[in-house]
Design a protein around this ligand. Structure first.
Ligand code: AMP
Length: 172
């Protein structure tokens, strides 16, 4: 696992002062490590009957796509407003200042589908929580979340306390 940590680059003060951005692009450049990360992120959900892998814009797409193939599940993008072309549902969620929104195609998840939600980083958990809300509003059953990175000090797991949350790399 240690060599996966070495494939994550810390970029201080991006996108604004005080934030240490976890840059996953070195991992994406390394096929052996990238493959291992994907396999380990998918592993806990191999027997969960996942029908849809919902991935969150934009770095979630890079991880969600190969995980969906591994789990033999359909891939669903959740996007920022105005990006998806067909009929879509929307959820709004609070940010530190103001609100943001996420959208998903209405026909992407069917009633009763078991859904796995994928993103690169679990920070405060607000984005993941909103994604789950959107999936459930469409009748999907959220079987869990899988993240590459968990920023434990931001306590996102507390926000998702009734959910099954898996994360590969932990930063205290
Ligand atoms: P949150 O809603 O606070 O859990 O934030 C999660 C979203 O913001 C994810 O889609 C991440 O890609 C992104 N994110 C938050 N913090 C970081 C960070 N330190 N480095 C990279 N991405 C981050």
């Amino acid at each position: 696992m240690q060599d996966l940590y070495h494939a994550i680059r810390d970029v201080p003060d991006f996108p604004k002062p005080g934030i240490v951005f976890k840059d996953i692009t070195p991992l994406l450049l390394d096929p052996a490590r990238f493959r291992r990360a994907i396999e380990l992120m998918a592993a806990p959900f191999r027997e969960s009957g996942v029908r849809r892998v919902v991935s969150i814009e934009s770095r979630g797409f890079l991880l969600g796509a190969p995980i969906a193939l591994l789990l033999d599940a359909g891939l669903v993008p959740i996007r920022k407003p105005g990006k998806l072309p067909a009929a879509r549902g929307r959820v709004e969620y609070a940010l530190e200042y103001g609100t943001d929104a996420l959208e998903m195609h209405r026909d992407a998840v069917n009633h009763g589908d078991d859904v796995l939600i994928v993103d690169d980083v679990l920070a405060t958990g607000g984005t993941a929580e909103a994604a789950a809300k959107l999936v459930r509003a469409h009748g999907g059953e959220v079987v869990g979340f899988t993240f590459l990175i968990e920023l434990e000090f931001l306590k996102g797991r507390d926000r998702l306390r009734n959910e099954r949350v898996e994360a590969l790399l932990h930063y205290a």
